[in-house]
Write a new protein. Structure first.
Length: 264
């Protein structure tokens, strides 16, 4: 793609690598992407998304491979670190770049802030004012501590794997993607009731059924699912991230999904 852009007289600017995509929590090969960015003199931005929280766990240290090569990294604590939406943390290799881009004060007032000085955030983004988002992050992390957060992340990983096992044990369902982090994507694949000779259900019909299952469950108010598209097919999606979620909650929602599927 970079070569094609250059042939068309476009200048590729940046690559965004994702560590734990929102749909499936898949991980891009960051070290290889970083190598290309260095060779092509392009900006490397890493979207931490779901994966950044795993950096707290020593057994998942490999997830940060290539991060040292990034020009910028964004982390979404509302996905895995139990901070209520919305709150994100941006790390910049050269934060002065943002100041040069966004500051609105006259040139004669441009001063480099000494190390440790307070930052006036209006000079580092579009907003002149903002809510105190950092307070809720401080409250969560102060309440649980590093060890407490790590323990809860590990439990969510356990619950995601457990749900994956339940799905594989029911021949009416299939995993739509490998279980990664706290995200489980799966599909109802049949049998479809009300058909004299069902045969193989058509993908289009199954897409409709999967969407309908999600809508009925959400309308019931008993649970909340999301859906996504994988390889052009509709899949149900459960993202674990609530600090209060227990195994019993997961069992309840799985039974609700199975009950709802029996209506088709």
């Amino acid at each position: 793609m970079i070569a094609e852009d250059r042939q068309e007289n476009f200048r590729p600017m940046a690559v965004v690598a994702t560590v734990g995509t929102t749909s499936t929590a898949s991980i891009d090969p960051v070290p290889e992407i970083a190598q290309i960015c260095r060779e092509e003199k392009m900006w490397l931005h890493i979207d931490g998304a779901y994966g950044a929280g795993l950096a707290l766990l020593p057994e998942f240290k490999s997830i940060t491979a290539g991060w040292n090569e990034a020009d910028s990294i964004v982390i979404n604590p509302h996905k895995m670190l139990f901070v209520p939406f919305d709150f994100s943390a941006l790390y910049m290799r050269d934060i002065e770049r943002l100041r040069r881009l966004f500051t609105l004060v006259p040139e004669y007032l441009h001063l480099r802030e000494p190390a440790g000085a307070e930052i006036n955030y209006m000079d580092y983004g579009v907003q002149l004012g903002r809510r105190f988002r950092a307070l809720k992050a401080w409250m969560v992390w102060r309440a649980f501590g590093r060890a407490g957060i790590a323990a809860r992340i590990r439990d969510h990983l356990r619950l995601a794997k457990l749900l994956g096992d339940w799905i594989k044990a029911d021949n009416r369902f299939e995993l739509a993607a490998p279980v990664a982090m706290g995200v489980v994507c799966f599909r109802y694949v049949g049998p479809v009731a009300g058909v004299v000779d069902p045969g193989p259900a058509t993908p289009v019909h199954l897409d409709t059924v999967n969407s309908e299952i999600v809508e009925r469950i959400n309308a019931s108010g008993r649970a909340y699912l999301t859906q996504t598209k994988l390889h052009g097919r509709t899949a149900m999606r459960i993202g674990l991230g609530n600090v209060l979620t227990t195994e019993q909650h997961l069992r309840n929602v799985w039974e609700l999904i199975r009950e709802t599927a029996r209506e088709f």
